[in-house]
Design a binder for this molecule. Sequence first.
Ligand SMILES: [Mn+2]
Length: 298
Amino acid sequence: MDLAGLPWELPHTFLGLDEEASSFESSRALILPVPYESTTSFGGGTRAGPRAILEASRYVELWDQELATDPSTAGIHTFPALELSREGAGPAMEELEAAYGAILDAAGGRFPLMLGGEHSISAPAIRAVAARQKTRLHVLQLDAHADLRASYEGSPHSHASAMRRVLEVADVVGVGIRGISQEEVEVAEAKPGITLVFGDRMWEDDRWMDVALEALGDPVYITFDVDYFDPSLVPSTGTPEPGGGDWYRTLRFLRRVFRERTVLACDVVELAPVPGLPAPDFLVAKLVYKLLGYRFHP
Ligand SMILES: [Mn+2]
């Protein structure tokens, strides 16, 4: 009997792609799951984020109606999850920076997209990308929070200070920000290299897109904290804030970013899946596929 002909379920890769469509050799995109969680402040559960995104992605249509193409034909390889040190945030972040660097060095021209996990994992990835650039890197951050605290609850590696770490190596444009402390407002106003587009501004008209793009240099790393979205769309996150992005407005903006800039890598972080609530998991899986679609078909 031919075992290949049995009614097997789809593989547990991004989009459920089979070996042929997802081998490292033949793929132009790399999905890196990093289920790291240690410093989440309000609700937990981001450890389960990457797995929920991968599971939901198996039900996303491969055909992209907006782009009128099947972006998965570029090949998308899904790495096993990275299991970082449990000896504290410092060692774990060092381990991630080294691991991410090794992946970049092996990637050739392939496009890496990391799935979190909490937002603190973005800084080591961004540092690894920045270290390999001759010119200064520019980070586009979609997020409800500025994450500009010098430290939070005693840790300089907290999710709440992720962008403060990033500012050391890159310029930052933050979009959708609406939960911010006085200290962070002062940092944003005093430090060069940071521009914030606040959440309420996004609902006046679309000119914020020009403001963000004008401030955003080249090349770009995109870090996407899913609490950027209004919690009516994505309630499954640790620190939900009302307001923020909706689906189509956000896609219009992202498509422009990929058209007008060179995007080197992305991450999508802070999904904390809620059992019995599949819609946010599906939305985030589709967002990841949209990012890849815009990358390969801008
Ligand atoms: Mn956030």
